[in-house]
Design a protein around this ligand. Sequence first.
Ligand SMILES: Cc1ncc(C[n+]2csc(CCOP(=O)(O)OP(=O)(O)O)c2C)c(N)n1
Ligand SMILES: [Mg+2]
Length: 189
Amino acid sequence: MRRWDALIAVADAFPREPIIVTLGGTTRELAALRRSPNHLYVLDSMGLPPAIGLGVALGLEGSSLGKTIVLEGDGSLLMGLSTLATIGLARPSNLILLILDNGTYGATGNQPTASSVVDFARMAEACGIAATEVDDVNGLKSALDWARAADRAVLIRARIDTTVEKAPFLLEDPVVLGATFADYIARNR
Ligand SMILES: Cc1ncc(C[n+]2csc(CCOP(=O)(O)OP(=O)(O)O)c2C)c(N)n1
Ligand SMILES: [Mg+2]
């Protein structure tokens, strides 16, 4: 599956829910595809999207905004892997981690990550997080429906290829991006 098609499925499924978006091509493509104030574009902070998503989810438990979604890359997940244990401990009921796994550090030239030797789904389950794996858009749509209905944190490992869509750099002030997202949450929670 191409990341672009995965992002369309996510943006269609969660048009108003908070979405924390990992750095690099994922941010550029989603911003080009469907820029929206419910997206927090995390520029450069590799390894941190799941931790940010955990904080947002805990703050929004019981809110009408529903699930908090984290779009994370395999390289960035590997950098912040300890957050899986913290999520297992904190037990948010409303957090979905969608790992867009292309097997590489795509943004820096497709150097291979350790994704090929790590079973992210079993690792998540070992931390108390429900998990599944998908490799096409229909599978992803079903997994997102399943995750929406789950009463605990969910990790979806979505296998994508290394196709990158042409999309402009997003070089905006992270303070402004954060304030835009916080304002959206405050007005809609
Ligand atoms: C701490 C840190 N180290 C390195 C980088 C440079 N960097 C930016 S994106 C990226 C690759 C991220 O890989 P992945 O999460 O798999 O996403 P992909 O690019 O494959 O979509 C790297 C190494 C960074 N931003 N921060
Ligand atoms: Mg990657």
